[in-house]
Design a protein around this ligand. Structure first.
Ligand SMILES: Cc1cc2nc3c(=O)[nH]c(=O)nc-3n(C[C@H](O)[C@H](O)[C@H](O)COP(=O)(O)O)c2cc1C
Length: 264
């Protein structure tokens, strides 16, 4: 195995960080590296807000040493066009949003890998989409139009004392990888997935308590029932699926920012 593969395989979510600061040099390396990710038409339709104020981090959701907020952002492209006397319009806003999100996430994951290569841990969060999303626009002075905070990458040095070191789990076989054409899983394939999630040497959601101690036969029973709040098929009429109110502002903000129309 080479060093790059080793770094990627050792990526894991760290939620507790020590007080050790990330140096300016290391931060620059992370930022300069992440913009090397592929980007559609070399537009780099994102902005990265570097947050080092702990109070602001607290308002955002989680405290690390530095938080990077990766935003899909077309403002620089629009403003530069205008500066040159052009009018740049998003042609199909939802398509531009998807392409912009792809650019943004490629840069974000590249930042996480670059950080890990420097011994800096990280964790991604969608905390920015929970509750009042306008708080993120206000705190970071984001433009209202054509800018959407997509993900937060919290960086720092792992606090080994508090961090529950768990071996992470990922699926990598049938159901995830499809050669040439898409292959739906049959019941044997689905059973294999259920068993893979149960495997003792894997740990799929490092955050949760032991599902076995809670009396569940499978990790996925715990996941669907407790984590996702899914009703069983025979209970659907008694417990209709509820929308997740924590995230109910996302559509409204996407409309306000110009990426989605009312009809979508
Ligand atoms: C888009 C995204 C959002 C996430 N949001 C949160 C979050 O808000 N809180 C949290 O504790 N972990 C969050 N995580 C981290 C995942 O829970 C974590 O990746 C998962 O538990 C697997 O752990 P591992 O990365 O160590 O394998 C998020 C990860 C992603 C990719």
């Amino acid at each position: 195995m080479n060093e790059t593969i080793n770094i990627i395989e050792n990526l894991k979510t760290v939620r507790h960080f020590s007080d050790k600061k990330i140096s300016k040099e290391h931060l620059s390396v992370i930022l300069e590296s992440c913009v090397n990710a592929a980007t559609a038409s070399a537009r780099q339709t994102y902005s990265i807000i570097v947050v080092d104020d702990k109070e602001v981090m607290k308002e955002i959701g989680y405290i690390g040493n530095i938080t990077l907020i990766f935003c899909v952002d077309f403002n620089r492209v629009i403003d530069t066009a205008e500066y040159l006397g052009f009018q740049y319009k998003l042609r199909i806003p939802i398509t531009d949003f998807i392409t912009g999100s792809t650019d943004t996430l490629l840069a974000a994951q590249t930042a996480a890998i670059a950080a890990k290569s420097l011994g800096i841990d990280s964790f991604f969060s969608n905390c920015i989409h929970r509750g009042n999303i306008n708080r993120i626009y206000d705190l970071l002075k984001l433009p209202e139009k054509y800018c959407f905070p997509l993900t937060a990458l919290i960086l720092g040095y792992s606090d080994e004392e508090k961090s529950k070191i768990t071996k992470k789990g990922r699926l990598s076989g049938p159901g995830i990888i499809h050669f040439n054409t898409y292959q739906s899983l049959n019941s044997q394939g689905l059973e294999n997935i259920v068993l893979e999630y149960d495997s003792q040497d894997k740990h799929f959601l490092s955050l949760i308590d032991d599902w076995r101690e809670k009396g569940y036969s499978h990790y996925l029973d715990y996941f669907y029932e407790k984590w996702c709040g899914c009703p069983r098929e025979d209970e659907i009429n008694d417990h209709p699926i509820k929308s997740n109110h924590k995230y109910n502002q996302v559509k409204e903000i996407l409309i306000k920012s110009g990426f989605l129309s009312e009809e979508n």
